[in-house]
Design a protein around this ligand. Structure first.
Ligand SMILES: [Zn+2]
Length: 297
């Protein structure tokens, strides 16, 4: 059996790094005046996430799909203050909660030009951890770096904060993989990228191109089935990675989608999960469940 991890980056609508601003800007708000952009709260929009939230959560709950959410603490805070009922749905047992920065900070400073020293990075991740744990009354086990970019200090900081695993690295593979120790007491659950020369072509296991109309649903499904087919190892996994807003916001078209289009995107995702389940070769899980089964937490 191959473990399938559904992993959802809970972001503001398409987090964009901007020069000289530490927090990310929501892409649809990028033309707003400077005083709005410089405010971490005013420059974040949750519209895309909210437009598909109920349909997505209903599906995951009704079909008992265990899922891992990597939260930007700010977006979770905004959800909790504007839609507390939605936030409380995230407390369900089948959902696991990880950290994805406080304001989707570019930890490396490569894009913003604002490099963080060790203490600044520690304070941001710690603040996010405290906020997520308090809003959802939970314990956080995992971390995914915003933009999948970590610094030389990140793993040591995660260790200090007693985070059990990171999932911010890509690993080229034609089959399901296993986590590995990346730092003392810290496991890495990489995100698969299939090799360019494989039958699957070069595919990151993020559903980004699918929702941007750049990859056909049937190709994505057959690639995931191929990854499963190529796998012999029992305790391996494949993560399916997506963003909380992507069912209802299209970046290349720069528009929020209609209700019908949003439902169609959710249906495509459901199809992918159905086809994997029909193969009889997978079991739905999360990194936390994986760790628990092995008594590592
Ligand atoms: Zn993100």
């Amino acid at each position: 059996m191959v473990n399938i991890f559904v992993c959802i980056d809970f972001d503001r609508d398409y987090a964009l790094p901007v020069k000289n601003i530490q927090h990310a800007i929501s892409y649809p708000l990028k033309e707003q005046p400077k005083d709005i952009l410089s405010d971490p709260k005013l420059s974040a929009s949750l519209k895309g996430t909210l437009n598909c939230f109920k349909s997505l959560i209903d599906y995951l709950t009704d079909f008992a799909i265990p899922s891992t959410f990597y939260f930007e603490a700010r977006s979770l805070q905004m959800l909790n203050s504007t839609n507390p009922k939605y936030a409380s749905l995230l407390k369900k047992e089948i959902f696991e909660h990880g950290i994805h920065g406080f304001d989707h900070e570019d930890l490396t400073g490569d894009e913003t030009g604002i490099a963080l020293d060790r203490n600044e990075e520690l304070q941001i991740i710690k603040k996010a951890q405290v906020e997520i744990e308090s809003i959802l009354d939970t314990k956080v086990y995992g971390f995914r770096a915003p933009y999948m970019k970590h610094t030389a200090n990140t793993f040591d900081i995660l260790n200090k904060l007693k985070i059990q695993y990171d999932s911010s690295l890509y690993l080229e593979s034609e089959k399901a993989i296993k986590p590995h120790e990346i730092y003392e007491n810290l496991l890495e659950f990489p995100v698969i990228k299939t090799p360019k020369q494989s039958v699957m072509g070069g595919m990151y296991t993020y559903l980004w191109p699918l929702f941007e109309g750049k990859r056909k649903a049937e190709d994505v499904i057959s690639n995931y089935l191929q990854l499963v087919k190529n796998t012999q190892e029992d305790d391996s996994y494949i993560s399916i990675n997506l963003h909380s807003w992507h069912f209802s916001y299209n970046i290349s078209q720069e528009r929020y989608l209609s209700e019908l289009e949003t439902e169609e995107n959710i249906q495509i995702f459901r199809n992918l999960i159905n086809k994997l389940q029909e193969s009889g070769e997978v079991k739905l899980s999360t990194p936390k469940m994986w760790l628990k089964e092995r008594k590592l937490i």
